[in-house]
Design a protein around this ligand. Sequence first.
Ligand SMILES: *[C@@H]1O[C@H](CO)[C@@H](O)[C@H](O)[C@H]1NC(C)=O
Ligand SMILES: *[C@@H]1O[C@H](CO)[C@@H](O)[C@H](O)[C@H]1NC(C)=O
Ligand SMILES: *[C@@H]1O[C@H](CO)[C@@H](O)[C@H](O)[C@H]1NC(C)=O
Length: 313
Amino acid sequence: MRVGTIFLFSLLPLLLSLPLSIAQLPPDTAMSSRTLDAILQDCAFKAFLRPKTGVPYDAQVPRNLTGIRVSAMRLRSGSLRTRGVERYEEFQIPIGVFEQPYVERLVLVYHNLGNWSEKFYPLPGYSYLAPVLGLMSYSGATLNASELPELDIRASDKPILIKFPHVKPAPSGSVPKCVYFDLQGSVQFDILSHGNVCSTVQQGHFSIVVESNAPSPAPAAVAVAADVGKGGTRNKHKVWIIVASFVGGCLLLIMLSLLIAKVRRTKQGMKIQQLEWAAESNETLHMASIGGTKAPLAVGTRTRPTIENDYVP
Ligand SMILES: *[C@@H]1O[C@H](CO)[C@@H](O)[C@H](O)[C@H]1NC(C)=O
Ligand SMILES: *[C@@H]1O[C@H](CO)[C@@H](O)[C@H](O)[C@H]1NC(C)=O
Ligand SMILES: *[C@@H]1O[C@H](CO)[C@@H](O)[C@H](O)[C@H]1NC(C)=O
């Protein structure tokens, strides 16, 4: 009885962790926003043949990403620092923007996610009034390179401004906000300046949103939805699952060893009891083999069975 309970108890962490890992495994088939960044970097660099500095080049996107606009502009980092870029699509880059690590030439890649905005940057509880726009920076040293890491750019003097030309009107009573997605997958909100202008000191993705009237979904649903778009949280989830499984496995192991120890102790107790009993009874029992197992056999019977009612045919 006790052993059975312990056994069930030892299975509990395993049983608990099973549905958990199935329910929370991130959908690897869905493309993350970071994968998209890498694909768009590749497209953008392919747009360069003999690029002039400071001139934007429109890029071709894969056919299954139709609706996304990408372009690339190559710059000398010295020129970016001392002159900025007066206008690059919706972005206005002031003087004093530094890149880390230092490169002699860099490439700014512009994204306009258009009707793909909500797919790659789902934001439960909010609706977009403008497409998600991206500004990314890469080293311009090798133009045939793919899977390049981003540089880190910072505006040190004035912020970079993003002026959204076409913004859907906000529902009456709601206040439009700027939203900023950094490369690690975190989201920040900021006030929208007059003229539909948002500002930033870093690269990333930007848009304008309002809180939607629909009741905000349950936290679990939010977490899963946010997972689809962001590599960062997804990795955190994976780590969490691994930790949970590890702890569960450890618990299981401890429980199992306890169970084995318990069974051993019970067996030993039985053996000791048997020995004691044998010593007390002070007689050697004859062992007899019955169908392959040995069993003590008493010689002769002390009370002979008597047939009480003789059956006479
Ligand atoms: C687009 O097609 C490529 C293969 O050509 C595939 O790897 C990628 O996942 C597709 N993207 C989307 C968003 O379906
Ligand atoms: C966006 O629009 C294009 C056509 O302009 C379409 O091919 C594509 O599937 C749309 N994307 C989404 C996510 O609906
Ligand atoms: C890029 O081009 C250079 C020559 O311009 C070549 O040596 C190098 O192997 C190429 N790299 C890739 C990844 O294609």
